[in-house]
Design a protein around this ligand. Structure first.
Ligand code: CMP
Length: 392
């Protein structure tokens, strides 16, 4: 006997099963009732184009799929869950000014107060979020959802299409990049940071594989919300910083398109007069370019330098267009000096992963500075510098 499977039934049940597995509801029946009721409501909303209403979890699934199904007159059942990889996004044109994306229903993933607090904490240092206004930030937080991972789990596989951007709440993760058929570990994340932005920003396949090396928790931002808010925001940022970035000698080796990628990952930070920007001995995770104001670089030289104010000596100053904080990133050592704002200072800040990924071609220029720093220290302190001692 042959039984015809109604169109969309398989996908509908698959999406539901995945959602239930992910959320582990205490009462599956209640969960199912809520899930399908939400789905039915969402179908009503989607039939009203442009309705920007908050949607709950079943609707998120729908909207993640709806851009793929723009030609469908009706919302027929095939639902692709966020966790099912997208068919192909790479053919989509990158157009941050495309107003169409604004018309998609806004995604809201309900959270407990405790979850929201943890989410805010995890997101507070994410550079890509730093330039968002309050409304944009609140839309981003509303849309994010939690995912627990096991050691050994592949969060992202190089070459796949991009589904989510990830913010780490906990856990350790390895980064692997395959080049010429050989996969190499190129870095790791340790209980902080974010990844998965490249494929969403540039509509390219995933550039690296990310594997959890411990159990952990991630906050995920769906591709649609990422593009609607972060990518759009970046296009404004590009307009703002284009001219400044072009004047920076450090970046002159980069292609114009590479320079724009640098702008995309920079965030702007303001420091008050006297505020400490970096502290000698700290672990380094950022690199800075001075946008305005003056930055004092100071160094402590141990017990022998008693009598100096706080034991610190001024060793350099950085003004507009100059950069600092790269040495520790280049040498993978703790901060060799401290930096303080003189008057009000505005800096562009780039995190270590973006630094390694994007500024590879500029590394030689930065390495040349190491010799210069050592010369400077010899002049100031006379004896062999600590940088030299450590490098010996
Ligand atoms: P995406 O390409 O979307 O997915 C893999 C992610 O790994 C990538 O975005 C970056 O966020 C992150 N990543 C970290 N280090 C690297 C690297 N060296 N090359 C490429 N991607 C990297």
């Amino acid at each position: 006997m042959s039984v015809e499977v109604p169109a969309g039934l398989r996908e509908l049940l698959q999406a539901f099963a995945l959602e239930a597995l992910r959320r582990q509801p205490a009462d599956v029946l209640d969960f199912a009732l809520q899930y399908f009721a939400d789905l039915r409501d969402a179908r009503g909303e989607v039939r009203e184009p442009g309705a920007a209403k908050a949607v709950s979890f079943a609707q998120e699934t729908l909207s993640a799929n709806s851009e793929d199904d723009e030609d469908d007159e009706e919302f027929a059942a095939p639902i692709v869950n966020r966790f099912v990889r997208r068919a192909s996004v790479c053919a989509e044109a990158f157009n941050p000014d495309d107003e169409e994306e604004d018309k998609e229903p806004r995604i809201t993933c309900p959270k407990t107060d405790e979850q929201r607090q943890r989410l805010q904490e995890a997101c507070k240092d994410i550079l890509l979020f730093k330039n968002l206004d309050l409304e944009q930030m609140s839309q981003v937080l509303d849309a994010m959802f939690e995912k627990f991972v096991e050691a050994g789990e592949h969060i992202i596989d190089q070459g796949d299409d991009g589904d989510n951007f990830y913010v780490i709440e906990s856990g350790t993760y390895n980064i692997f990049v395959k080049m010429d058929g050989v996969e190499r570990s190129v870095g790791s994340y340790d209980n902080r940071g974010s990844f998965g932005e490249l494929a969403l920003m540039y509509n390219t396949p995933r550039a690296a594989t990310i594997v959890a090396t411990s159990a952990g928790a991630l906050w995920c931002l769906d591709r649609l919300t990422f593009r609607r808010i972060i990518v759009k925001n970046n296009s404004n940022k590009r307009k703002m910083y284009e001219a400044f970035i072009e004047t920076l000698p450090l970046l002159k080796l980069l292609e114009p398109s590479e320079r724009m990628k640098v702008v995309d990952v920079l965030s702007s930070k303001v420091y008050r007069d006297g505020e400490q920007i970096i502290s000698q001995g700290d672990t380094a995770d950022c690199f800075y370019i001075v946008e305005s104001g003056l930055v004092r670089i100071t160094m402590k030289r141990g017990e022998s330098k008693k009598g100096l104010e706080n034991g610190e000596v001024d060793i350099a100053q950085c003004s507009r267009g100059q950069y600092f904080g790269e040495l520790a990133l280049v040498t993978s050592k703790p901060r060799a000096a401290s930096a303080y704002a003189v008057d009000n200072v505005k800096c562009l800040v780039m995190d270590i992963q973006a630094f390694e990924r994007l500024l590879g071609p500029c590394m030689d220029i930065m390495k040349r500075n190491i010799a210069h720093y050592e010369e400077q220290l010899r002049t100031l302190f006379g004896s062999q510098s600590e940088t030299e001692d450590e490098n010996a």
